[in-house]
Design a protein around this ligand. Structure first.
Ligand SMILES: [Zn+2]
Length: 325
């Protein structure tokens, strides 16, 4: 039967995964691992794979790094259908720094709920209210600027202020593809959280939800350091009337000392790794770390799609690279 639709209709209906790096440096082995797992998860079910450049931080983001990330992904054989610096696709732009008007319209929708308010607290004001046992670095906003009654439709302060979103004192439940059932109360996890900073910069939480929803992302695969923040995003999806994607958080790659890899681990940056390894060797190392293959033998990403399942991680939070690397 003549559908009259474009061939892309079924392509879009299959959903999408995404890789969303910040172009603040060269990728390292941990970033490659996250990209590979996201790619495999999307490809094993025929989904599109989107490359989004998360360059919200103008001080640290560099377009040259975004180009290098693209070059490294091409070299590794991790091809994307949509996105990138040049913005292939119809749901762009795919660099967050170019999406300000989109975030503005999403913020207006949040304001219309009456659940946002202006906050003039300095960091010192907020730190002064933190309980001493909060040693994990999380900052919980105590509600100093919150209007006495919510929802609230009054004006925000005239001067510089952040915009915060009120959160309910109830548990948000979701099932993670790797770590299973989760339960987070946003009041005790983070308190009312910032959706736009006082300097006008967009908060990650607002941007990531706007982007994933409007780009048609149906599965979010990323490092397990972001596991609990999914609750903030699920709350935002609900307020904005967007369909919530599936979440799959994956273990972080740690060095031999058990620390999460960072840009400081320069020996594992793609710049160094490409001097001594071929693309198949690096994919093989990541596939072995994930438990997809018994030895770190060279392979191509497309040879691994049939082997991938979230079960391979057995809910581990950290995978340690061999000291020989
Ligand atoms: Zn405040």
């Amino acid at each position: 039967m003549e559908s009259g639709g474009l061939p892309s209709d079924s392509f879009f209906q299959r959903g999408a995964g995404r890789f969303a790096p910040s172009p603040t440096g060269r990728m390292h082995l941990g970033n490659v691992f996250a990209a590979l797992i996201s790619w495999l998860s999307a490809r094993r079910s025929g989904k599109r794979w989107i490359l989004r450049i998360e360059d919200l931080d103008p001080q640290r983001s560099r377009m040259e790094y975004a180009r290098l990330i693209e070059d490294d992904l091409h070299w590794l054989g991790l091809d994307w259908d949509e996105g990138g610096v040049d913005g292939i696709g119809e749901r762009g732009p795919y660099c967050q720094s170019l999406r300000g008007p989109i975030y503005e319209s999403v913020l207006e929708r949040l304001r219309a709920t009456g659940l946002t308010y202006g906050c003039v607290c300095s960091r010192a004001d907020i730190m002064a209210t933190q309980a001493p046992h909060q040693s994990d670095g999380r900052i919980i906003y105590g509600g100093r600027c919150r209007p006495a009654t919510m929802p609230h439709h009054g004006p925000e302060p005239a001067g510089p202020h952040a915009v915060r979103l009120w959160v309910p004192d109830r548990e948000i439940r979701f099932v993670d593809g790797v770590y299973g059932p989760q339960c987070v109360n946003l009041t005790s996890h983070c308190g009312d959280f910032v959706v736009r900073r006082a300097d006008g910069a967009w908060a990650y939480q607002l941007a990531v939800v706007a982007d994933d929803a409007l780009m048609g992302v149906t599965e979010v695969v990323r490092g397990c350091d972001l596991l609990l923040s999914a609750a903030q995003q699920i709350y935002l999806y609900g307020l904005l009337g967007f369909d919530t994607p599936e979440f799959m958080h994956v273990p972080l790659i740690c060095n031999a000392a058990g620390q999460r890899l960072s840009k400081r681990d320069s020996s594992l940056s793609m710049e160094r790794l490409r001097e001594t390894h071929g693309p198949g060797e690096i994919i093989g190392i990541c596939a072995h770390l994930a438990g997809l293959i018994p030895e770190p033998a060279p392979c191509r990403p497309d040879e691994l799609t049939g082997l991938f399942s979230p079960d391979v991680f057995a809910a581990r939070k950290c995978l340690t690279i061999p000291s020989s690397l």
